[in-house]
Design a protein. Structure first.
Length: 365
């Protein structure tokens, strides 16, 4: 099978990283993959051996994409086109694919709802032009219209994979009384989604009772608001803003716990990656987390609307009422489910059924 992936860029969140992983591992499958993007983000050399097509004229973005994707389709001759995100990229790509009678696979990369014009456009584009849907998050957290659309098409819930160099693995270390307890947050400081306000409020209640510090890896338009909140809460001396970091795995190795208090998530890669590195995790009790992790991943759940639940968990961790070694071991075992090999098998199965190549297979919904 020949698969053409379409996305805006190759650097950033989970979707971008998944495509790079799929290109890397496609050689071990029956799939020949290519990617078309607007911005390769400096990965041209890294992906030189793959079929990489980069938009030639950004001044014509987005509608110039229709003609250029059409050219790429004729050059690569894919069996299907997998459209990832965002809407200004996937809509022209879907139009080009339909023009060439190529089946389209659409992606749900987060919970779906109608919060703006782009959401309506995306819904209609998937409804009328996509043959299949791949969701990296539980479809049940989306609104009914998107749920019905998911079940109407050939579809599959396929969580992201993780791939970490084995040299980074270590045995989890217990927290030792007298040391600074290090809390890590990794995510965009961009909007309400990551819920950094509850994070600060919860830690403020820990106060001076214990010696702790918070490392924040990430940046965004709400950075100044975060700094103001830190000052108001008198937390500046205990919080370090590290910005975007390429060495986040190394930082995970130095932390005692990862906290992800999000209001909603697609597939929380950072949590599974932390688990793989034996880092205990605290996550918000939301649909995406509960359906993915359940009770077997060795994590603690906090109420994203009630910061005191985070306070209580942190206090129990520091005072050793919660065994971090046990959490680390359970998390590491759980993370082993999310390998690139399993990801490729799931996508190959979905693509095959979309093309009618294995009609006897069953795609889990």
């Amino acid at each position: 099978m020949r698969i053409l992936h379409v996305i805006h860029s190759l650097s950033g969140g989970g979707a971008e990283r998944q495509i790079c992983e799929m290109l890397k591992h496609s050689k071990d499958t029956n799939m020949d993959m290519a990617v078309f993007c607007v911005n390769a983000c400096g990965k041209e050399r890294e992906l030189a051996k793959n079929n990489l097509f980069v938009f030639s004229d950004s001044s014509k973005y987005p509608w110039g994409l229709i003609g250029e994707v059409d050219v790429v389709i004729k050059k690569f001759n894919p069996d299907l086109v997998h459209c990832w995100l965002p809407v200004p990229v996937i809509l022209p790509a879907m139009i080009a694919a339909k023009k060439n009678n190529i089946p389209v696979v659409a992606s749900y990369r987060n919970k779906k709802s109608f919060n703006g014009v782009y959401d309506i456009i995306e819904y209609l584009a998937i409804k009328f032009m996509a043959s299949a849907i791949a969701s990296n998050n539980p479809p049940s957290q989306s609104i009914k219209a998107f749920q019905k659309l998911f079940h109407k098409k050939v579809s599959a819930y396929i969580p992201n994979s993780i791939s970490i160099d084995s040299s980074l693995f270590k045995k989890a270390d217990s927290y030792k009384s007298g040391e600074t307890f290090t809390i890590l947050f990794v995510g965009r400081i961009f909007d309400a989604q990551k819920n950094w306000r509850s994070l600060l409020q919860g830690l403020k209640k820990v106060g001076g009772r214990h010696d702790w510090k918070l490392l924040i890896c990430g940046d965004g338009k709400e950075r100044d608001e975060l700094i103001d909140a830190m000052n108001v809460m008198d937390l500046s001396s205990q919080v370090e803003l590290l910005g975007y970091r390429d060495d986040v795995y190394d930082i995970m190795q130095s932390a005692d716990v990862l906290v992800l208090p999000s209001w909603y998530e697609g597939m929380p890669n950072v949590v599974v990656e932390a688990m793989a590195l034996s880092l205990p995790c605290i996550v918000s009790e939301i649909t995406a987390h509960k359906e993915l992790f359940g009770d077997e991943a060795g994590i603690c759940y906090m109420d994203p609307a009630e910061p005191s639940t985070l306070t209580s968990i942190i206090n129990d961790m520091i005072s050793s009422k919660i065994n971090l070694d046990d959490m680390a071991l359970q998390g590491k075992i759980f993370s082993s489910k999310f390998t690139p090999e399993k990801l490729m098998q799931s996508y190959e199965k979905l693509y095959s059924q979309t093309l009618g190549l294995n009609s006897d297979s069953v795609i889990e919904k």
